[in-house]
Design a protein around this ligand. Structure first.
Ligand code: G
Ligand code: G
Ligand code: MN
Ligand code: NA
Length: 256
């Protein structure tokens, strides 16, 4: 519980929280296809605490709407700063928690930030997990997602394939992209089952005009498999780790 009050303080102080950015690439050419913002907490005494640890805490203690709002604000601010640098233009994708959708007003907060930072809606994408999309506490998600999408927000299903895994919902939800969970990538290319699943998801997505990002790509053999399978976007340590904005900029300046 000390950690909860520390987190409250971190939200006030502002300088303990930061966003790191992991780039996404075309697996054959290496071209930039997007980037994901990942929240980090530099605790003044305990050092780096993973979002896997403090996000569930924020959710349990009513801090998620505020924490989520911090992420939206700061991702927009960073996107605006990068407009005037050598960084190539690309969508920044942020992770959205269920509680942000039913405790906060994501729609108007996002609209406010886009306006304030003079961004196009297409510059900030939203990642929602299957469990968030199907969480009944958020009410009927379809009209809310349609509102976001009509305003131009790109929407992605995160950790695709690990949730309810009923494919039917994809037909009704207005999403643009699925992020194929790294559980299906880890044992490529050896696992015949995973190879079949990945190939099938790519074919289904093609038929539905959905983009696919394969997550957790760590090896050359995985990269090559995904090139051969026709995947057009990958994310993972093979290409890049999540990096602070300044490091990403420096790396980009060094090897554009
Ligand atoms: O970056 P890392 O592997 O430590 O992230 C662990 C988990 O925390 C992942 O599931 C990731 O989606 C989630 N996460 C990271 N940043 C955010 C964020 O800004 N908001 C939400 N809701 N989840 C995040
Ligand atoms: O749940 P979500 O997909 O948002 O989580 C993203 C998390 O995955 C980030 O915390 C990031 O650190 C982690 N990640 C990114 N690339 C790789 C990778 O190649 N391998 C592994 N094991 N984790 C990764
Ligand atoms: Mn994600
Ligand atoms: Na994911």
């Amino acid at each position: 519980l000390a950690l909860v009050s520390d987190l409250r303080e971190a939200l006030v102080a502002g300088d303990q929280l930061e966003l790191h950015y992991q780039t996404q690439h075309h697996p054959a050419t290496g071209a930039l296809t997007g980037m994901e913002a990942l929240l980090r907490w530099r605790h003044p005494r305990d050092g780096m605490i993973s979002p896997g640890e403090f996000i569930p805490l924020a959710e349990r203690h009513g801090l998620m709407a505020e924490l989520g709002a911090w992420v939206v604000e700061n991702a927009c601010a960073q996107q605006a700063r990068w407009q005037h640098t050598a960084m190539p233009a690309t969508t920044i994708w942020i992770n959205i928690s269920a509680l942000q959708l039913f405790q906060g007003d994501l729609e108007s907060q996002l609209a406010g930030c886009l306006k304030r930072y003079r961004l196009q809606a297409s510059q900030i994408g939203l990642e929602l997990t299957e469990s968030v999309l199907l969480d009944e506490r958020a009410g009927d998600m379809v009209p809310r997602l349609e509102t976001l999408r009509e305003r131009g927000a790109p929407l992605a299903v995160d950790d695709f394939g690990t949730g309810y895994s009923s494919l039917g919902y994809l037909k009704h939800l207005p999403v643009d992209k699925v992020k194929l969970d790294r559980a299906f990538i880890r044992e490529l290319p050896e696992s015949r089952a995973d190879a079949a699943i990945v190939t099938a998801v790519l074919a289904m997505a093609e038929g539905m005009a959905l983009d696919v990002v394969a997550e957790g790509v760590e090896t050359e053999a995985q990269r090559q498999f995904l090139v051969d399978a026709g995947c057009r976007s990958v994310q993972g340590f093979y290409f890049a780790r999540p990096l602070p904005a300044a490091e990403l900029e420096a790396r980009w300046a060094a090897s554009p």
